[in-house]
Each structure stands twice: as structure tokens, then as C-alpha cells.
Design a protein around this ligand. Structure first.
Ligand code: UDP
Length: 351
């Protein structure tokens, strides 16, 4: 059985690393790995292939830095051409990026079975491009691999055929458990006992007022605890546009780190502040409280149990909540997101 595995952005490298390794181990399964090119900086792409043992893609489509519409169209065209050439039995997509949607539309266009890893997640915020991408992908999918019961319920509420939905647990948990012993310190100079921050969502970076307010919040937090932030290229660009003094800030900015270094940062921080979907769960895996710099999240089970707290943009809310959470002892008593073998369940289901 031939699987076309479509990836393109950083979180997809993390997710696909586990599935790709499982495909390689499974008899009578072959994989064609397609990198759309969406993320292309060495530390947003190549580094993940090296650190996570993800093999060189069979195709790199080199599509990036375009508008959403153009990007999806170009990727779709090129993925369709790969499908024509390779004749796969199924196409696998991950998450909610433009690469996900392009893969989904190409599979649909070519009549190839589409399987969606991390299906059913919803923020219920239709202003998010990611929400549109994942809903469209779910509609087109023949098999929907869900990481949580909430995701399963979301799909059932939308009237998706229950026989298409398979609960697998979360492949990011597989990755966090598998790579935990390999975590390594980043090269950058780090303060002790820091707050770890990541931020890249369009809703937080593209509006200068919101971006300024969030940066002010982080600056205020540095008055009582250091803040370390691996800087996403999009955020760096937007900060340059508002002339934020990146090199002269109380926040410790570092370049984006690889996955193994990120695991180290998660293990050694005191608290996580993020707008990332993946990092919210990884904070939980590392038994760190997470403050989410958004109004809503796809991972509500973390909020319901008190591990994750949603904060908007207001600097007073952010600073006072951070202060409170820094005082809280870490009490992590349950074991969410599956048993760490989601990739095995996915590949078995494909078979
Ligand atoms: N990540 C990383 N280095 C960084 C920042 C994030 O390895 O400097 C990893 C993080 O641990 C997680 C994934 O990238 O596995 C999340 O990607 P991102 O936040 O870009 O996307 P999202 O999860 O929001 O879709």
C-alpha cells in the first residue's frame, strides 16, 4: 500500500516524524514524502528532519511566501501532479495549515482516499484561517483520525459519518515521549528559571496594537522573572515592522530552536505563555502550566482541568495571571491524549 504523506510546516514535521517511522517499520507499506515548502528556513524545516530522523522528502514543491489563496492553489496543482505520477492508495495530511488544505483538495480532485491526522479540532473562531483549513479538510476526508473525545464529538455534531472517525490519541504525545530522553540544551545563553514564550498566530502578530500590548505584557513579566522567546520568523518580521527594539529588550529573544531544544526549554521553564496549538499540549506533557494568549483553544480539556488558562491580550490580565501561576505548585494528575502509540493506531487503520 502506497501512502502519500503531505507536510509543509513545523508542527507537521513533528507529527509526521512519528507516522513516517511507523510506515517504514510496517510490512507492505510504502511512503512518498511530499514537502510543500511552506516552511523553508533551515531552523523551521531542515533542522527537524535532522533531529527527528525524518527522511529527505521525495518531493519538495518549494511553495512559500504567497497569499493563502495563491499558496493553496499552487500547492494543490503540484500535489495533484505528484498523485498522477505516483498513484498512491491514500493521502495523509496533518493539522490545519495551507499545506493541509492543499493536500486535501488535491486528493479530492484526483479521487484519492484522504486521511486527516488531528481531525475534529475546533476553535469555533471562523476568523482563524486554521479553522477554515481544518473544517474544509474534515469535510473532504475519508478517514478522520481524532486525538481526543472532544474532537470526536465536534465531528459528530457536524454530522460527519461516525464510521469514518477513528480515535487514535495524539501523535504529538508519541513524539514528546519518544524524544524526551534526547532533549538537549540550546546553544543560546539562557537565564535561570524562565518563562517560555512562543507566539506566531496572525491574530496576535498582524495587528500592531495587539502585538505591542503582548510585548508590553512580556516586558512587564521580566520585572519578576526572565522571559525566553524563540522568535518565529513571522513574529520577527512583524516586530521589525512596528520598529520594536529586538536587540534592546528585556525579553530574551533567541532564534527558533529545534524540537530537541524545545523539549529542553519546556522541561526547564517555570511557566509557558503561548499562542501555539502544539506548545499548549507540550507544556502539559512537561507538567508546566500554560497561559494561552488567545480567546479560545482547540484543547479545551486542558482548560477544564486547570492546566491551561485562556488570556486575551490585556497586559494586566496577562501579568497578574502569570504572577499567580508562578506561585502554584505543579499538580498534574491525569494522563490525557492517549498512550503514546497514536502513530501505530494510524498506520494499522490505514492497513
Ligand atoms: N517548536 C520548536 N521550536 C520552536 C518553537 C516551536 O521545535 O522554536 C515546536 C513545538 O515544540 C511544537 C511545534 O513546534 O512541537 C509547534 O509548532 P507551531 O507553534 O509553529 O505551530 P502550531 O502548533 O501552533 O500549529
Amino acid at each position: 500500500m502506497k501512502i502519500l504523506n503531505v507536510i509543509g510546516a513545523r508542527p507537521q514535521f513533528v507529527k509526521a516524524a512519528m507516522v513516517s517511522a511507523e510506515l517504514a517499520r510496517t510490512p507492505n507499506m510504502s511512503e512518498v514524502l511530499v514537502h510543500t515548502g511552506q516552511h523553508f528556513d533551515a531552523n523551521m524545516s531542515q533542522l527537524f528532519f535532522e533531529e527527528m530522523g525524518l527522511r529527505e522528502p521525495d518531493y519538495n514543491l518549494g511553495v512559500h511566501s504567497l497569499s493563502h489563496r495563491e499558496m493553496v492553489l499552487r500547492m494543490q496543482e503540484q500535489i495533484a501532479a505528484v498523485i498522477e505520477k505516483e498513484g498512491p492508495d491514500a493521502l495523509l495530511v496533518y493539522g490545519d495549515t495551507d499545506s493541509t488544505l492543499a493536500g486535501a483538495q488535491a486528493a479530492h480532485q484526483c479521487g484519492v482516499r484522504l486521511c486527516h491526522v488531528e481531525a475534529g479540532l475546533r476553535s469555533f473562531n471562523m476568523k482563524m484561517q486554521e479553522e477554515y483549513n481544518r473544517m474544509e479538510t474534515d469535510k473532504l476526508s475519508d478517514i478522520l483520525f481524532v486525538p481526543t473525545d472532544t474532537a470526536m464529538r465536534n465531528l459528530l455534531n457536524e454530522g460527519i459519518d461516525p464510521t469514518k472517525i477513528i480515535y487514535t490519541g495524539d501523535v504529538m504525545k508519541d513524539a514528546a515521549l519518544y524524544f524526551a530522553p534526547k532533549a538537549r540544551k540550546p546553544h543560546a545563553e539562557l537565564p535561570d528559571r524562565f518563562v517560555l514564550t512562543t507566539m506566531h498566530r496572525a491574530e496576535n502578530t498582524d495587528d500592531p496594537e495587539i502585538l505591542r500590548e503582548l510585548l508590553l505584557s512580556l516586558e512587564l513579566i521580566t520585572r519578576f522573572v526572565p522571559v525566553v522567546m524563540p522568535l518565529h520568523p513571522r513574529t520577527r518580521l512583524k516586530m521589525q515592522e512596528i520598529e520594536y527594539p529586538i536587540d534592546n529588550s528585556p525579553i530574551t529573544f533567541i532564534d527558533p530552536v529545534g524540537y530537541l531544544e524545545m523539549l529542553y526549554l519546556l522541561n526547564h521553564c517555570r511557566l509557558v505563555l503561548t499562542d501555539s496549538g502544539g506548545v499548549q499540549k507540550e507544556a502539559y506533557f512537561a507538567h508546566k502550566y500554560c497561559l494561552t494568549l488567545r480567546e479560545e483553544t482547540e484543547w479545551m480539556e486542558l482548560c477544564a482541568r486547570g492546566y491551561n488558562h485562556l488570556l486575551g491580550h490585556n497586559h494586566l490580565d496577562i501579568v497578574t495571571t502569570a504572577r499567580n501561576f508562578l506561585e502554584m505548585p505543579p499538580i498534574f494528575i491525569d494522563d490525557l491524549y492517549g498512550d503514546g502509540h497514536a502513530a501505530t493506531s494510524i498506520v494499522q487503520a490505514l492497513r
